[in-house]
Design a protein around this ligand. Structure first.
Ligand SMILES: [Zn+2]
Ligand SMILES: [Zn+2]
Length: 138
């Protein structure tokens, strides 16, 4: 998302944009972003400072920490950025700042659902979809 710096005034301007996650090199660790990244940014200026309030919705393909099933999760996050107009050229581009925040703010533990029952430690059965087979062994 790009905006001409001199268009940013005290009053907020809101811009909305969708980008394909594949256009941003976002795959790192176990995180895979899929589909569209949707973002809405409100730009305003206060003296020499540009304030950007960003609301970003992204969908990640992740492994559930409890049952290890691949699952998709859409996360909405709010980020706030400050830029000094003296550090900027004529155009402010926020993509790289948002990309960095997305990678930094990845939750360490993700569950496919809050009620995920996980794997049985004995027989490894995925207790969301199958029954524990431990007692069949005896
Ligand atoms: Zn799970
Ligand atoms: Zn079991």
């Amino acid at each position: 998302m790009r905006i001409e710096v001199n268009k940013i005034k005290e009053e907020e301007i809101e811009l909305v944009e969708d980008v394909d996650a594949s256009n941003w090199d976002l795959s790192s660790f176990d995180v895979k972003f899929i589909g569209k990244i949707h973002f809405r940014c409100a730009f305003s200026r206060c003296g020499q400072e540009i304030i950007v309030n960003a609301e970003v919705a992204s969908t990640r393909e992740i492994l559930c920490s409890r049952c290890l099933t691949q699952t998709q999760q859409t996360v909405k996050q709010d980020f706030k950025f400050f830029f000094n107009v003296n550090d900027l050229g004529a155009v402010l581009e926020v993509d790289s700042a948002i990309r960095e925040e997305l990678l930094l703010n990845f939750p360490m533990k993700v569950l496919c659902s809050s009620s995920c029952r996980g794997l049985c430690a004995g027989c490894n059965a995925n207790l969301n979809i199958e029954k524990c087979k431990c007692k069949d062994k005896y």
